[in-house]
Design a protein around this ligand. Structure first.
Ligand code: NAD
Length: 347
């Protein structure tokens, strides 16, 4: 029944922030009462995972070092077998959304508690959402049991994040905040997260691109990514996430790059129909927010168009029709013709 009453779901959990916070992971594991930790580490975090294993002492059980984007179920089965072999009773994931996704996939199957140590700005650590792929088909589910118990944000772990991933991952986070601002069902709390997140990303990202080892600016970006993740957890995502989901799933595209190149196009499409979001974003960007995002996106050295990502032009109509046939909630009505036009511009 539509009552007009809003429900704001807050995910309980602990969030530790600051340079050197990685050293507190063993304490977080101890709080969970865990005895045998399976560490899930992105290949880029192999060295950090070794230090962590040493810090966990007798609580360390094993490391699984090959998480894959969009959590393919075969990879989860491999990691699950290892967890069983070493009798793991808790998970620590270090890496981007792929490492954290695998951790959620294991938690969903075993009930093991998780500590997440993010090294990108994707925001997955703050959500109860898991996307998994089986036979090339991606399905997403939402369950409070999938959310990590603790998140440890250590900006030092992001200092070596390459320029391209820094830029595209931060724009991925910004997309969560922007879609929250035009979600008509958003609560005062999610709007507050979204404004603070977008403000932080728009202010800190140019500084980080200029000075990648500026740890304070990195910390601001990471904090903004946390709030963006909290937005993703609590607000309804619209056309932007639907397009990223549909295109990413159909053509197996790199997650952050796809989000980064789409965002300005979807803002151009939606903002005239979302005056409150437009006013807030204009204040935060000190000018036209769509131009500000397009200008950031254009600074990427890698692919910045759907064409460069390898999407065939003759597939755009079908994608547009699929999206229009089953639209996510969106401020501007979604028709196949209008979406095709947007996709052509992004192509
Ligand atoms: P990713 O985790 O796939 O990482 C991309 C690459 O960057 C990997 O090769 C990784 O090893 C490397 N990397 C990560 N951190 C690094 C660092 N600090 N320095 C150097 N290299 C580093 O990419 P991502 O964009 O973080 O995550 C994408 C995945 O997360 C997708 O599967 C997406 O669906 C999922 N995701 C899920 C949610 C959710 O709420 N469920 C939210 C956002 C993203």
């Amino acid at each position: 029944m539509e009552t007009g009453i809003r429900v704001h779901q807050v995910y309980a959990g602990r969030v530790l922030q600051g340079s050197g916070a990685l050293a507190l992971v063993p304490d977080e594991v101890e709080r969970l009462g865990a005895q045998r930790v399976l560490v899930i580490a992105a290949p880029s975090s192999a060295g950090v995972a070794q230090d962590l294993a040493a810090g966990l002492e007798e609580r360390y059980a094993a490391t699984f070092g090959r998480p894959v984007q969009h959590s393919p179920v075969e990879v989860t089965a491999e990691a699950l077998a290892l967890a069983g072999e070493v009798r793991a009773d808790a998970l620590v994931a270090i890496g981007g959304g792929s490492a954290i996704g695998l951790s959620k996939a294991l938690a969903g199957r075993t009930g093991m508690p998780q500590v997440a140590v993010p090294t990108t700005y994707a925001g997955s650590e703050a959500t109860p959402v898991l996307g998994e792929t089986e036979n090339g088909v991606k399905t997403t589910r939402r369950d409070p049991a999938l959310a990590p118990s603790s998140i440890v944000y250590d900006p030092d772990l992001t200092l070596a994040l390459p320029r391209g991933l820094t830029l595209t991952s931060a724009l991925n986070a910004l997309a969560h905040a922007v879609e929250t601002l035009w979600d008509t069902g958003a609560s005062a709390a999610t709007r507050a997260y979204a404004v603070e997140s977008a403000d932080g990303i728009l202010a800190a990202l140019p500084v980080v691109l200029d000075r990648p080892s500026d740890v304070q600016a990195r910390a601001r970006l990471q904090e903004s990514a946390w709030l963006a993740g909290a937005c993703l957890a609590q607000a309804q995502m619209g056309l932007h996430h639907q397009l990223a989901h549909t295109l990413g799933g159909t053509f197996g595209l790199p997650h952050a790059e796809l989000h980064a190149l789409l965002l300005a196009h979807v803002m151009r499409f939606n903002l005239a129909a979302a005056p409150d979001a437009a006013a807030r974003l204009t204040r935060l960007a000190n000018g036209d927010p769509t131009l500000a995002v397009a200008s950031l996106a254009s600074m990427h050295d890698g692919p910045t168009t759907l064409r460069a990502l390898g999407v065939p032009r003759d597939a755009l109509r079908e994608v547009a029709e699929r999206v229009a046939a089953n639209p996510y909630p969106n401020p501007r009505p979604v028709t196949a013709d209008a979406v095709e036009e947007l996709l052509l511009a992004a192509w």
